[in-house]
Write a protein that binds this ligand. Structure first.
Ligand SMILES: [Zn+2]
Length: 60
């Protein structure tokens, strides 16, 4: 099982497969929309490359 944090609200999500989370990498459709909104407000400021370390952080 893997764990990510919702990119919008930071809620932890557990999943066996990314397909378990239709709204990946967000916990909900609402967070997805919220994040998209902030994205546009920040003039599409692009973060660095995808953080594989976060996706695979499963040490707990
Ligand atoms: Zn969320």
């Amino acid at each position: 099982m893997s764990k990510i944090k919702c990119r919008s609200c930071g809620k932890e999500l557990f999943y066996n497969s990314i397909t378990d989370i239709p709204t990946f990498p967000f916990c909900s459709k609402r967070c997805k929309l919220t994040d998209l909104g902030s994205w546009f407000n920040e003039e599409r400021c692009i973060e660095g490359p995808a953080t594989n370390d976060q996706l695979e952080d499963n040490n707990e």
